[in-house]
Write a protein that binds this ligand. Structure first.
Ligand code: FES
Length: 85
């Protein structure tokens, strides 16, 4: 997932908002990943800045949407980084 890739590349982002160039798209992210991808938090919230890229992603599940509703600064192109493969 996007979250795993961030961690594997030693991107330590807890509590910080940064911009990452990722898969040819700019994404504002906070890759804390407090629940390690078990859909129990929204700390891996990302905003996909490239709408074309966003539209290529699989649709979020109902569980992801429920958790996204709790994310700070939710946008039309928000996703949970741990769910984006
Ligand atoms: Fe908790 Fe993504 S790390 S939902």
């Amino acid at each position: 997932s996007m979250l795993e890739a961030a961690h594997e590349n030693d991107i330590e982002l807890e509590g910080k908002k940064i911009i990452v160039h990722f898969f040819t798209s700019f994404i504002i992210c906070c890759f804390a990943g407090a629940c390690e991808g078990s859909l129990a938090c929204s700390t891996c919230h990302v905003i996909v800045m490239d709408v074309e890229y966003y539209n290529k992603l699989e649709d979020p599940t109902d569980e992801e949407n429920d958790m996204l509703d709790l994310a700070f600064g939710l946008s039309e192109t928000s996703r949970l980084g741990c769910q984006v493969i």
